[in-house]
Design a protein around this ligand. Structure first.
Ligand SMILES: [Zn+2]
Length: 320
C-alpha cells in the first residue's frame, strides 16, 4: 500500500503498532513510542551491509517484529529511514555507497512489506531525521532546513510542511555545495561544505594542523574545550562554513529555521559562538531572522521521523 500525501505534522506515536526503523551502515535500530512520546520498546542489531540487501531486509524485518511484540501492539505499519538515495514513492534504493553490497537498486519497501505483510514507507535517513526533529524541535515551523554532521554531511528540506524530495530525490544535499575551502571532498570535488564540517573532516583538518594521523571529532572537541588553538580553529571553520551554508539556503528558500544533528552537533558549545558571529556578518538579506539550533532527539531522530513518514503516508490528505 502506497499513499502519496503531503501535510502538516502529526504527533509522532506508534501506540497503534507503527514501528520506526533506522537502517545505517553498521547498525539497524528501531523504536515504538506511545502517544505521549514515551518509548514503548526499542532495539538494534548489527547491519549486514556487506552481505547484501536481502540480509538487510531480513534483519530489519526481524527487528520490527521483535519491537512490536515487546511494545504490546500487533505490527500495523513500518516506517524506514535508510542510508542512500531513496525513491520514497516506490521504496527502491536508487544509489548507495560502496560499503553497502547489493543495496543500490534493492526494492527495500516491497521486500520489507512482503516479509511483514504491512504497509512500509521508506525515506532517506536524513529526510527521516528532519521529519522527526522538525516535529519535536521546531513545532509550528512549516519551513525547515535539516543538516546532519556525521561521517559526511547530509541535508534535507521541509517546505510548507512537507519534505521536498526533488525530481531525483536529492533535494537538500547541502554537504556537497561548493565554495567553502580548497580541499578535496569525499565525492572527489573540491571545497564542499563537507570538507570542513563533517566529523571526519574535523579530525583530518586538526591532524593536518598538528602533523598527526587523523582522529575522531570527539577528541578534537575535548582538546578545543581544553584551549588547544588548533582544535578551536577547526571547530570555528566548521561553524562558519555551516552557518554560511544555512544562510544561503535560508536566503534562497525563506527558511527561518535550521536544525543541525549528527555527532558533530554534540559539540554545539564549540560551534554556537561562530555560528552566531557568522549570522551577524552574513545574515540573509531579507532581514528575517534565521535560527540555527541543535537537534534534540539524539540517536532516535531517524527512527522517530520514519514513524512520522509512514503515518503521513497512511493518513488521507483530507484528514490533516
Ligand atoms: Zn562533495
Amino acid at each position: 500500500m502506497r499513499v502519496q500525501v503531503e501535510g502538516t505534522a502529526l504527533p509522532i506515536a506508534s501506540a497503534d503498532g507503527v514501528i520506526g526503523i533506522d537502517i545505517g551502515g553498521t547498525k539497524i535500530a528501531g523504536i515504538a513510542v506511545a502517544e505521549d512520546g514515551s518509548v514503548l520498546a526499542r532495539g538494534s542489531v548489527p547491519a549486514p551491509a556487506s552481505v547484501g540487501g536481502a540480509a538487510m531486509a531480513d534483519a530489519a524485518a526481524a527487528l520490527a517484529l521483535d519491537i512490536a511484540a515487546r511494545s504490546g501492539s500487533p505490527l500495523t505499519a513500518v516506517g524506514v529511514g535508510a542510508a542512500g538515495v531513496i525513491d520514497h514513492e516506490t521504496g527502491v534504493v536508487r544509489a548507495a555507497s560502496a560499503t553497502f553490497v547489493d543495496w543500490a537498486g534493492f526494492p527495500l519497501g516491497d521486500e520489507l512489506s512482503a516479509r511483514l505483510s504491512v504497509p512500509v514507507r521508506v525515506e532517506n535517513d536524513v529526510n527521516a531525521f528532519l521529519l522527526g526533529e522538525a516535529a519535536r524541535t521546531a513545532p509550528g515551523e512549516r519551513d525547515v532546513l535539516g543538516v546532519m554532521l556525521g561521517t559526511g554531511v547530509g541535508g534535507a528540506v521541509i517546505i510548507d510542511g512537507a519534505l521536498r524530495h526533488g525530481p531525483h530525490g536529492a533535494a537538500g544535499e547541502i554537504g556537497h555545495t561548493p565554495g567553502y575551502s580548497d580541499l578535496m571532498c569525499t565525492c572527489g570535488q573540491i571545497g564542499h561544505l563537507e570538507t570542513l564540517a563533517s566529523g571526519t573532516s574535523i579530525g583530518r583538518r586538526y591532524a593536518e594542523r598538528i602533523g598527526a594521523t587523523p582522529l575522531d571529532a570527539r577528541p578534537v572537541a575535548d582538546r578545543a574545550r581544553g584551549g588547544d588553538p588548533d582544535a578551536i580553529a577547526v571547530f570555528r571553520a566548521a561553524g562558519r562554513a555551516l552557518a554560511l551554508a544555512c544562510a544561503s539556503a535560508a536566503t534562497l528558500l525563506d527558511l527561518p529555521c535550521a536544525i543541525v544533528g549528527g555527532g558533530v552537533a554534540e559539540a554545539w558549545d564549540l560551534l554556537a559562538p561562530t555560528i552566531a558571529e557568522t549570522l551577524r556578518t552574513d545574515a540573509p538579506v531579507s532581514g528575517l531572522p534565521l535560527r540555527i539550533v541543535p537537534a534534540t532527539l539524539g540517536g532516535d531522530a531517524v527512527a522517530l521521523g520514519a514513524i512520522e513518514a509512514v503515518r503521513r503516508a497512511l493518513v488521507p490528505a483530507d484528514a490533516h
